[in-house]
Design a protein. Structure first.
Length: 747
C-alpha cells in the first residue's frame, strides 16, 4: 500500500456505539495502523478521547443543517490543499454538502439509509450525493440492490462485507460467573439496539415456548422497545429465565458471548427498516458462538446458513422457534457451527479487508515483491512459517522469493510458484556473510525486491547489508523466533541486527517482552504474530477410527493402553530425558510413549540408552520425522512439551490441542500462552521429573476429564492460534513497513 492521506466524513463515530460507529472507527484505525495519514470530520461535540487518537479528529456540533454545511466547507478546504489521496464518506448523507472535485471519493452503504419508496425529492437528493462518488461499497448483496437504482454512469458499485475489529479475550472469571448464575441449562444471548426490527420479541416468545425449559435468554442493549419487551417477557410466563442486561462494556460483551451457547437476533423488516448486515453476528462468532439470524436483509452475508449459524424467517414465530429448538437440541450442530463461526470471523479482520475497501482509489505502482531469508528449509517451525507466508503471498498475487541452503520443503515451495534461491545465508563467518550479502543485493536489484524479511540472525546480517548495497530502495524486516544467547556484550551486539528494522515481528508475547526488556525496544515497534496451525490440516474430525487403530497397531499399543506423544526435534533442551525419567515413576500403570522427531544420531542414541537404562525401552517408540503428525496427535491420549529452556512459542502444544489432545508443558516461555492450566492441560516445573510424573498420573486418572480438556484445547487454539491470524499479523507488518518512507535498510 502506497502512503497517502485519507479524509473521512462521517455522522457516526466512536465513542458513540453502534454498527456504523464501530465500522468507521475501525476504518480510521486500520488506515492509521497501515501507516496512512488520516483526518476524520465527524458530527457531534468533541470528547476527551479525541486528543489521544492516533489520527486527527474534528467534530461539528449544532443544528443538523448547519453542522453538515460547516463540515462540507472544512472538507473542501482540506482537499484544496492538494494532499488528500481519497475522501471516504460513511453514507450519501455525508456527501450532500461536499463539493466534488478530482479527488477520488468512496461512499459506504449500509442499507437503512435507502428507503424502499422514497419521495421524489429524497430520491433526487440520494442520486445527487452519490454522483459525487467514484465508488460505492455496499455491506451486503441486499444493500447493493438498494443502491443500484440511484447510481449514475461511471460510479462503481462493489460489495465488501464489514470487517471485524479483533475482539478481546473473555475474562474466565466473568464467564464462569455467568454460567454459575444461570444454572446448568443453555444460554441464549442477544445484543442489539432494542427496536422492533431486531426480532427480540420473537426470540422471547420462542424461548418461552421452547421444550427446553431450563434455557436462559440474556438480552443486552437498550432502546425504545425495552419496556414492551420486558412486559412481553412477563406475559409469556418466562420472565424468570429472561434477563435484560442493559448496556454492556466490551469486557462484559466478550464474557457474554463466550458464556453463550447460541447468539440469536432474528431480525426482520419493519416498515422501511431492515438489517443491512449485522456486525454483531461476527463479534459473537469470534468467541465460537453460533448464530441464529433473520433471513431478511443483509444478515445472510453475515451468517452463512448451515455453516456459521442458521437463518430463519424473522416474521414467522413458528419458524424462529423451530430454528432455535434445532440448535438447542443438537450439541454437535452447535459445536460444528460455532467452530466455523470462529474461523469465519477471524478471517474478516481489517488487515485482510482494508485493500478491498481502497481498491481503485489509488494508483499503486505494483504489488510489493518479498524475499524471505532463513538458513534452511528443513521441517521445523521457522521453516514451516516461511512456507506458509509464501503460500499466503502467492494467494494474494504477490511475487515472492526464498533464499536458503535448501531442504525438504523446497519441493513444496516450488509447487507454490515461489522461487527458491540456493544461498547459504545461514553461514556465520564474516566473509560468508559479506559474500552472501553481495549476492542478495544483486538479486534485489534484478527482481525489484521491496521487502527483505529475515527470520534469524546470520540471514538478518546478510539481508540488512544487502539492502544497504542494493541500488534500489528496499525495506528490511525481521521476525524474532527465539530468545538467542545474550549473556555477553558481543552476543547482544550480534543479535541487534534483528532490531535494525523499524518494525520487528515477535512470534509470541513472551518474545515481545524479551525484546522490550533485554534490548529496550519500544512496544510500538513490535507486532506480535503468534504461530498458528492450519485448521484444515489439524482437524480431528478428519481422522477416522480405522486410521487411529492403524497408528496404535504400528506402535504396538494395546487396547486400553494410554498413548503418550511428544513431537519435537531430539535435542539437549527439548526435555526428552526429563520426560523419560518422569515416566519411570509410572512403571506401575499402563502407557506407551511415541517420540516423533528427528535429531543428531548421537542425541537419539543417548535417548535410547536412557530409556534402556530406565527399563522403558519396550514402552517407548522412536518414530523419527513423520508426515502424519496430526493423525498421531489425534490418536494420542496425552501430549508433552517438556523443554528445559523457554520455548519462544512452541508449536507442538498448539498442534496437540488442535487435535483435541491435552498437553503437559513446562511452566515457562511460550507455553504460558498456549496452555491453559486446568482447562487445556497442565504446566509443570521445568526439568522436574517428579512434578511431571505427578501431572501424568493426575491426567491418566480421569479419561473423561481428558476428553473435556481436549475439546476445550481445540477451542482455545481456534480462538487464538490459527495460521490465518498469524499471516494477517505478519502481512500487517509488511504494510506498515511499506508506509515508512523510502528507507534503504538503515533501521
Amino acid at each position: 500500500m502506497e502512503f497517502g492521506m485519507y479524509l473521512i466524513l462521517t455522522q457516526c463515530f466512536p465513542p458513540a456505539t453502534g454498527g456504523i460507529e464501530a465500522l468507521m472507527g475501525g476504518l480510521a484505525n486500520a488506515l492509521s495502523e497501515a501507516g496512512q495519514d488520516v483526518t476524520v470530520l465527524a458530527d457531534g461535540a468533541s470528547v476527551a478521547s479525541d486528543s489521544g487518537a492516533r489520527f486527527a479528529i474534528k467534530r461539528f456540533g449544532g443544528l443538523k443543517p448547519v453542522r453538515r454545511w460547516r463540515k462540507g466547507r472544512e472538507a473542501k478546504r482540506i482537499v484544496a490543499l492538494g494532499s488528500v489521496t481519497a475522501v471516504i464518506a460513511d453514507s450519501w448523507k455525508s456527501l450532500e454538502h461536499y463539493s466534488a472535485g478530482a479527488t477520488p471519493v468512496l461512499c459506504l452503504a449500509h442499507g437503512m439509509e435507502f428507503p424502499p419508496a422514497p419521495s421524489p425529492a429524497k430520491a433526487e437528493r440520494i442520486r445527487k450525493a452519490l454522483a459525487k462518488a467514484s465508488r460505492v461499497v455496499a455491506n451486503s448483496d441486499y444493500t447493493a440492490s438498494l443502491v443500484q437504482p440511484y447510481l449514475g454512469v461511471g460510479v462503481a458499485l462493489d460489495v465488501v462485507t464489514p470487517p471485524i475489529v479483533p475482539q478481546g479475550d473473555a475474562d474466565p472469571s466473568k464467564v464462569a460467573s455467568l454460567r454459575v448464575r444461570h444454572g446448568r441449562g443453555l444460554i441464549v444471548s442477544c445484543l442489539c439496539r432494542l427496536e422492533p426490527r431486531k426480532g427480540v420479541d420473537r426470540l422471547i416468545e420462542a424461548v418461552a415456548a421452547s421444550r427446553f425449559s431450563d434455557t436462559t435468554l440474556l438480552v443486552a442493549g437498550n432502546g425504545r422497545d425495552r419496556p414492551r419487551l420486558e412486559a412481553l417477557a412477563q406475559q409469556t410466563g418466562a420472565g424468570d429465565r429472561i434477563e435484560f442486561l442493559g448496556g454492556v462494556s466490551e469486557e462484559d460483551k466478550a464474557a457474554l458471548f463466550a458464556a453463550s451457547d447460541i447468539f440469536a437476533m432474528p431480525a426482520r423488516r419493519e416498515g422501511a427498516s431492515v438489517e443491512g448486515f449485522g456486525l454483531v453476528y461476527l463479534e459473537a462468532g469470534w468467541h465460537g458462538c453460533p448464530a441464529l439470524a433473520g433471513r431478511e436483509g443483509g444478515a445472510a452475508d453475515a451468517v452463512l446458513d448451515g455453516k456459521t449459524g442458521l437463518l430463519c424467517d424473522g416474521n414467522d414465530p413458528a419458524n424462529v422457534q423451530a430454528a432455535l429448538d434445532r440448535l438447542l437440541s443438537d450439541p454437535n450442530l452447535r459445536e460444528r457451527l460455532g467452530r466455523s463461526a470462529l474461523l469465519h470471523a477471524r478471517g474478516q479482520t481489517w488487515a485482510m479487508k482494508l485493500p478491498a475497501y481502497l481498491s481503485g482509489l489509488t494508483d499503486e505502482k505494483h504489488r510489493p515483491h518479498v524475499l524471505q531469508l532463513l538458513p534452511a528449509l528443513g521441517d521445523g517451525g521457522v521453516e514451516r512459517s516461511t512456507v506458509e507466508m509464501a503460500e499466503f503471498l502467492a494467494a494474494k498475487g504477490i511475487a515472492n522469493w526464498i533464499a536458503s541452503k535448501g531442504g525438504d520443503l523446497v519441493a513444496q515451495v516450488d509447487a507454490l510458484g515461489t522461487v527458491h534461491w540456493k544461498i547459504s545465508v545461514g553461514d556465520k563467518s564474516p566473509l560468508a556473510i559479506l559474500r552472501n550479502a553481495f549476492a542478495v543485493a544483486r538479486l534485489i536489484d534484478a527482481n525489484e525486491i521491496d521487502i527483505v524479511h529475515a527470520r534469524s540472525r546470520a540471514p538478518a546480517w546478510v539481508g540488512w547489508l544487502a539492502t544497504l548495497m542494493a541500488r534500489r530502495p528496499c525495506r528490511f524486516l525481521t521476525t524474532f523466533h527465539g530468545v538467542y544467547g545474550h549473556g555477553n556484550a558481543f552476543k547482544r551486539a550480534y543479535n541487534r541486527v534483528m532490531l535494525r528494522s523499524p518494525i520487528v515481528v515477535a512470534n509470541s508475547e513472551f518474545i515481545r517482552h524479551h525484546i522490550e526488556t533485554v534490548y529496550g525496544v519500544e512496544s510500538e515497534r513490535i507486532i506480535v504474530a503468534p504461530r498458528g496451525i492450519d485448521p484444515k490440516v489439524f482437524d480431528p474430525s478428519a481422522i477416522s477410527a480405522e486410521r487411529a487403530a492403524t497408528i496404535r497397531d504400528e506402535f504396538g499399543v494395546g487396547t486400553g493402553v494410554p498413548l503418550l506423544v511428544m513431537v519435537g526435534r531430539i535435542t539437549g533442551w527439548k526435555g526428552h530425558g526429563v520426560l523419560l525419567k518422569a515416566l519411570a515413576h509410572l512403571a506401575d500403570q499402563p502407557w506407551h510413549l511415541v517420540l516423533v522427531g528427528s535429531g543428531k544420531d548421537g542425541l537419539i542414541a543417548e535417548a535410547k540408552d536412557l530409556s534402556q537404562s530406565l527399563g522403558l525401552f519396550q514402552r517407548v517408540s522412536f518414530a523419527g520425522s513423520r508426515r502424519d503428525v496430526a493423525a498421531i496427535l489425534a490418536t494420542a491420549d496425552l501430549a508433552f512439551s517438556a523443554s528445559t529452556e523457554p520455548e519462544a512459542f512452541g508449536r507442538a502444544a498448539i498442534e496437540a490441542q488442535a487435535m483435541e489432545t491435552p498437553v503437559i508443558a513446562t511452566d515457562h516461555g511460550g507455553s504460558r500462552e498456549t496452555v491453559v492450566p486446568g482447562k487445556t492441560g497442565w504446566l509443570v516445573r521445568p526439568g522436574d521429573a517428579a512434578d511431571m510424573a505427578k501431572a501424568v498420573r493426575d491426567a491418566l486418572s480421569d479419561p473423561e476429564r481428558l476428553l473435556e480438556m481436549g475439546k476445550a484445547g481445540r477451542m482455545h487454539v481456534m480462538a487464538h492460534f490459527t495460521k490465518q491470524h498469524m499471516l494477517e499479523q505478519e502481512y500487517a507488518a509488511y504494510e506498515r513497513l511499506l508506509a515508512i518512507g523510502e528507507a534503504r535498510g538503515d533501521g
